[in-house]
Every structure is written in structure tokens, then in C-alpha cells.
Design a protein around this ligand. Structure first.
Ligand code: ADP
Length: 215
């Protein structure tokens, strides 16, 4: 895997070197050493503090936090929970036909749907490929229940609102699936009765990635 690096400009590298040697040091003093005005340094100092490489204390100045860019990114991601970025759940009943499940996929614009029992508990998940397989097998998809074509519990990999995004993303990768149902246990004494409260997908992660990058 590639090591995460943040590309710094020559001036930002110089600022880091000055802070390393003279910190804590005020913005004015850094500017003096670089023969620049304080205003000219404003955006570089903002980037270095926002990226977590520099810390700033009022009336004291800038200091090195000692964090690497990768640890700063891990620190940010290590705090975000699934609940903060999940999508609305899309579910069908277990007796729904494969045809109607496909229609739901189109209408809701999702690639995987949760399949629930009459009481609303998670029974399985049905993906695009599951639907294709059922159709290609020549079965009558108007009468074939989606529950015959889905991946069923307990083989469904799930996530929880309070789980870290990093952990849930790792589940997507290690199980090679596109989405995870977000569930809560209805009662602690019946852990197999899971209510579907959301969807966690690769799109959620991509959106978070873009948001963090644009911040
Ligand atoms: P697609 O079928 O669109 O490529 P996936 O790669 O997510 O979507 O699904 C591949 C297989 O994995 C399907 O058989 C599907 O039922 C199953 N699957 C999808 N999501 C999960 C999950 N969260 N847990 C277990 N199995 C899953």
C-alpha cells in the first residue's frame, strides 16, 4: 500500500524548518526570517495548522505538533462514525418478487437492497449480481421471491451507527462487497433481531473523502 504524503510547497517546508529550530515562534518572526510580510504567510500558516503539522497558541506562537501527515489523516478518520455519513435504508419484504426488487433498485437508484421479515428484521441482502443470476438462470422472476436469490443471515456483513467509518470501510474491502446494512439490535438478549436503520456504501466514503479534501 502507498504511504500517504502531503505535498508541501518549498515555502511551507521552510516555515516548518524555522518552527523546528526556533519554535515556539510568532507569525511575525517567521515572516521576518523569510523577509516577507505576515500577510504573505497567512495562507501557508493556515494550511500547516489545518493539516495538523503546526500547532498555534495565542501570544506564544507556532510550534511543531510532531504529527506526520498520515497520522493527522488517521486522527480525523479515527473520529468519524458511520451514523454521520450513512444513507437512508432501502428495504423490501422477503416475499417480494425478484422483478419488484429490481424495480426498487432502479427507482431508489441503489445497487443493493436489504430484505426484511414481516416484523422488519434483517433477513438478507440482494445485490445487482444476485438479481442478474436469478434472471439468467431462466427462472420466472415475477414469481420467484427475492429471498431465494439473496445472501441471507447470518452471512450478511453489517455495520452499526456507532462503528467507526474506518472499521466499516475495512469490512467493505475485506468482504469485497459494495455496501453494508447499518443495523441496531432491537433487544440485547436477541442479537439476531436487527433493525435496518441505514446503508453504508462506497459512495458514502467517496463523498466523505471529497468533503475532507475540500475543507
Ligand atoms: P454486485 O452484485 O452489484 O457486484 P456486491 O459486490 O456488493 O454487489 O455483491 C456481491 C455478492 O455479495 C452478492 O451475492 C451479494 O448478495 C453479496 N453481498 C452484498 N453485500 C453484502 C453484505 N453486506 N454482506 C454479505 N454479503 C453481501
Amino acid at each position: 500500500m502507498q504511504v500517504i504524503t502531503i505535498e508541501l510547497s518549498q515555502r511551507q517546508e521552510l516555515i516548518l524548518a524555522i518552527v523546528r529550530d526556533f519554535g515556539p515562534i510568532t507569525g511575525e518572526h517567521i515572516a521576518e526570517k523569510l523577509h516577507l510580510t505576515r500577510a504573505a504567510l497567512r495562507s501557508d500558516l493556515a494550511i500547516l495548522t489545518m493539516s495538523g503539522l503546526l500547532g498555534a497558541r495565542p501570544r506564544v506562537g507556532y510550534y511543531l505538533t510532531g504529527k506526520s501527515p498520515a497520522s493527522v489523516i488517521a486522527g480525523v478518520l479515527g473520529n468519524i462514525k458511520v451514523a454521520e455519513i450513512l444513507s437512508q435504508p432501502v428495504a423490501v419484504r422477503d416475499n417480494c418478487s425478484v422483478y419488484d426488487a429490481i424495480v426498487t433498485m432502479f427507482v431508489e437508484d441503489v445497487g443493493t437492497i436489504a430484505v426484511v421479515s414481516e416484523e422488519g428484521f434483517l433477513e438478507g441482502v440482494a445485490s445487482r449480481k444476485d438479481m442478474l443470476k436469478a434472471a439468467l438462470a431462466g427462472k420466472n422472476i415475477n414469481t420467484l421471491p427475492v429471498s431465494v436469490a439473496m445472501t441471507r443471515m447470518p452471512n450478511v456483513v453489517v455495520t452499526y451507527p456507532e462503528e467507526l467509518v474506518l472499521r466499516a470501510a475495512d469490512k467493505l474491502l475485506s468482504h469485497q462487497v459494495d455496501s453494508l446494512p447499518v443495523v441496531t439490535a432491537v433487544q440485547s438478549d436477541s442479537p439476531d433481531k436487527l433493525k435496518v436503520v441505514g446503508r453504508f456504501t462506497k459512495t458514502n466514503i467517496t463523498r466523505l473523502f471529497v468533503q475532507l479534501g475540500e475543507k
